[in-house]
Design a protein. Sequence first.
Length: 108
Amino acid sequence: MSGAWTPLALLVVAYCALVPGALADVLQQRAQAAIHAAEASIVLSSEPIWAALLAAPVLGEGLTARVGGGGALIFAGAALAASGSSPGDEAAAFLDAAFAAGGDDVHV
């Protein structure tokens, strides 16, 4: 019977769900608890960058300018968030003032 859920197939699926998945989550949460939130933010948001960098040698994927630009934006956003600076506060204040003045049709 081809494609049936044999005991071995169920064991492999259970192993793949529990060991790499759950164990990685537990280790990640412990590591996050051990470092400052800003550092954890940078590390965790850099995951796509590491995936792209590893995809080049492991899978033969090409690193294009678009991929590099996206990685730079991800890193810049994480660094900005970790710095405590919030340029969105000015935009939020502008919108709050506009709506408070009765400008419900404000388009930004």
